[in-house]
Design a protein around this ligand. Sequence first.
Ligand code: ATP
Ligand code: MG
Length: 464
Amino acid sequence: MKVLVAVDEPRGSDLAHQLASEGVEVVAVVAADALALSGEDAAYGSDARITAVALREVEAVILQADRRTMTAAAVALCDRHGVRIVALCAEDADRPLAEAYGLSSTLAPTDPGWRIAEALTLDGLTRGATAASTGGAGGVERERPAPRIIAVWGPAGSPGRSTVAVELALELARGGRRVALVDADAHAPALALTLGLADEGPGFAAACRHAGRGELTTAELERISTPLGRTGVRVLTGINRPSRWPELSHARVAAALEACRTWVEFTIVDVSSSLERDEEIVSDLDGPRRNAATLAALEVADHVVAVAAADPVGVARFLRGYTELRATVGATPVAVLANRLRPGALGIDARGQVRRTLDRFAGIRDVWFVPHDARSADAALLAARPIAEVAPRSPFAAAIRRFVGETLEPPDPGVSRREQRARRIRPARDARRVRTAGADDQAPERSRVRGGRRRGAVAVPEAR
Ligand SMILES: Nc1ncnc2c1ncn2[C@@H]1O[C@H](COP(=O)(O)OP(=O)(O)OP(=O)(O)O)[C@@H](O)[C@H]1O
Ligand SMILES: [Mg+2]
């Protein structure tokens, strides 16, 4: 294995000799801050040149990690080259820094070369194994359903795609399932902002780069993702500047999402609204496409959750986009969720009006409703946390719980259908008892299908 040693002298050269005697090929030794400076384009002299050349050929960097050297720029630089970091922390105070980037912090610069060489070979394996083993609760092995990718789409006008995506991830993660939440919105990424996560780290763009080179492992996904508190959800944050959209190419996004199947049971992908393919208006057919990330996510998804704003403008926009959506996803099941339902915007029988309109103009027979619940949504925004955490019994959370139970959640083989239904309904009843003000008459209701109810399957309405 080829490595770059970024450790200050005299320990740098000393460590390089020890590693060489363990069979590790040390390409170069540079100052500990060479990566951080190169990442900020502030490096000069021989260290800058050596670092730039070495990063192209090494598999790992042995980095003396402290506040000066272990920066977002250094980590991003390594991610761009698909190079793993082995952090050596001299002080206890440096350990949280390494852990913040998902790195092991147990090694120190003074550790013998053989121990660091051992970490080099075991590091990827152990973290990959850890990621794979955390799926079972309490060590009990349960049969895993096939991993699934769920894309959350909706037309322009902020119908609530990101909010719904977060809550779906949380609901699916209940009971110890491994869930990833991916921000693939190349126009207006929002998950990091909504959830109070740093968006300077590697995130989904780094996953795409690794996937483009065929090097995206579960260990790497675990490292570049950010845990969402203690929910069990891992977040791949979006691009932190909209101008970076070319990084999310069709092939890379598809490959990165496919790699997520080996990592988690459910991958929830927040995509942008536009489904336009600009092939007809540009001459460079192989050039990057702004909507490629959305199209790729929808194409690889096993299910699509289509979010409509439940008001006259929102429903009209949804109907226009829905035809394009069906053309993009083909036979993939689509579950329609009408969000922010409120009588004020639609008048009498708001729910019936939305249902009849979607049925008449798009043949959508099954619709699930989420009430307008400003109190819970605002409380979540204020706390930068999911609604299910700040208001678990809110009408919003209850509606999402019901939606997940009836569409996305695989039936639990150990539990009868009656008990599963009771589990879903109980929290919803509790929620009604403590219903937040302003959400009256909007308790979630399962949609009725003409001629009876359909249960446990994602609606696949036929487009007309
Ligand atoms: N059911 C709801 N009740 C009240 N407010 C809601 C509800 N759903 C979403 N919101 C609020 O609507 C706003 C827009 O939601 P969100 O950011 O999820 O939309 P989006 O479709 O992802 O928009 P964008 O186009 O920015 O990606 C947010 O402030 C969110 O808190
Ligand atoms: Mg959004």
